[in-house]
Ligand binder design. Structure first.
Ligand SMILES: C[S@@+](CC[C@H](N)C(=O)[O-])C[C@H]1O[C@@H](n2cnc3c(N)ncnc32)[C@H](O)[C@@H]1O
Length: 380
């Protein structure tokens, strides 16, 4: 089980419904106020979401069975917050439109081929979740079926029909659940069609993304965040940069243009495998990826760190990681966070050693309560 499994929870509908009636301007105001309160100071105005609806390039729908006449039929939908119930809902205003089109086709094929949603109580059915990812650059799509056990009857015919309807689907993966779990994706998988990954591009660099690797859900705002983070870092050609929680190596590779050496530290083996391929794909020699928990890998780097970039999951960093940062004293820290509440908790631990120079929120997850925030700390 990976520590980033929280990224794979199904996107629920209730939270977004709460925000549906609030204007984007008011949502942003509320989020800015929240961050100002947390940091107890004025922050830069929020960078607006270039596409406030239809921005999600990764979406998960879960399977349920509904009664139709005298029998049951499969439907795809979203979990209702705080419950195990799935509300059939094919189409969501935050999903990229193409993704929702493909979900519709998949649902009708699942019905046509008489698939049933897996039901724990009766140990019956196969389909648990369907995840779709879309490359911003090429429009390529990846479809992942999370199934109970490894059977997928008629998968060749099913996939042929799917790609006939949507030639943009370049790969189909089956993620196999051999145990009961609340997670969407587990480690075991089988590539049913294509190469098992799609490719995206940022700033002229190519990135391979596989099903279980972390990749930001809102690519347009992701470009703005990376640009800003690298701008405030002011990386010099002599600098050693460490990108903690590096995912598939996007920021490490972008930073390699400016730095002498970059280390990317990441726990998820599938993301690290993508990162190493991405380094080769882009002919880069000054970036090194190390797999492991940042609590172990950061301390093992012997050279003084000029810039530490950190982009942890919503839980923020661990106390142990913060203690290591305090010991090794990087000259600058760029902290990218999708949860300002844990971000402020973490920087309070190191605050007295660093000057807080920038606080820049980004509206990355419009119509949800979440917000991305980037800060710069400089060693006093
Ligand atoms: C928010 S993502 C950021 C990824 C990357 N910076 C990006 O923009 O695509 C957080 C990443 O931290 C990784 N992670 C979580 N806990 C970790 C840990 N203890 N040590 C190393 N990496 C960890 C996750 O696997 C995930 O890839």
């Amino acid at each position: 089980m990976y520590k980033n499994d929280q990224e794979d929870y199904t996107f629920d509908s209730v939270e977004t419904i709460r925000f549906e009636s609030i204007s984007v301007k008011d949502q942003v105001k509320e989020k800015e106020k929240h961050i100002e309160k947390l940091f107890d100071q004025k922050v830069s105005p929020m960078v607006m979401n270039p596409k406030p609806r239809g921005y999600r390039h990764k979406a998960v729908l879960s399977a349920t069975n509904i009664k139709v006449g005298n029998s049951f039929q499969i439907r795809l939908g979203l979990f209702i917050e705080g419950s195990k119930d799935i509300k059939p809902r094919n189409g969501h205003y935050l999903h990229d439109a193409k993704i929702d089109e493909v979900f519709k086709t998949i649902e009708s094929l699942l019905i046509k081929y008489k698939f049933k949603a897996y039901q724990k109580r009766y140990q019956e059915g196969i389909i648990k979740h369907v995840m779709i990812r879309k490359s911003f650059d090429s429009g390529e799509l990846m479809v992942v079926f999370a199934t109970q056990n490894n059977v997928f009857p008629n998968h060749r015919k099913f996939i042929n029909e799917l790609i006939l309807a949507h030639p943009e689907v370049k790969t189909v993966v089956q993620n196999i659940h051999c145990k009961e779990t609340h997670l969407v994706l587990l480690e075991e998988e089988k590539i049913l069609y294509g190469k098992g990954f799609i490719t995206d591009a940022i700033d002229g660099f190519k990135f391979q993304i596989s099903s279980r690797s972390f990749y930001q859900v809102n690519p347009m705002q992701m470009f703005n965040i990376y640009d800003y983070a690298l701008k405030i870092a002011e990386i010099k050609p002599t600098d050693l940069v460490v990108d903690c929680y590096s995912g598939i190596g996007t920021l490490s590779i972008l930073a390699s243009k400016y730095a002498k050496t970059v280390y990317g530290l990441e726990i998820n083996s599938s993301s690290v495998a993508n990162a190493i391929t991405n380094k080769k794909l882009n002919n880069i020699s000054n970036v090194h990826f190390i797999q492991g928990d940042v609590e172990d890998t950061l301390e093992k780097l012997n050279d003084p760190i000029d810039i530490l970039i950190m982009d942890p999951t919503r839980d923020g960093a661990s106390l142990k990681f913060i203690e290591i940062v305090k010991k090794i004293k990087p000259k600058k820290i760029v902290y990218i966070s999708c949860n300002p509440d844990t971000q402020i908790r973490d920087i309070k631990q190191i605050g007295f050693m660093y000057k807080l120079l920038n606080i820049q929120p980004f509206d990355m997850f419009t119509y949800t309560s979440h917000v991305e925030n980037v800060i710069l700390l400089e060693l006093k």
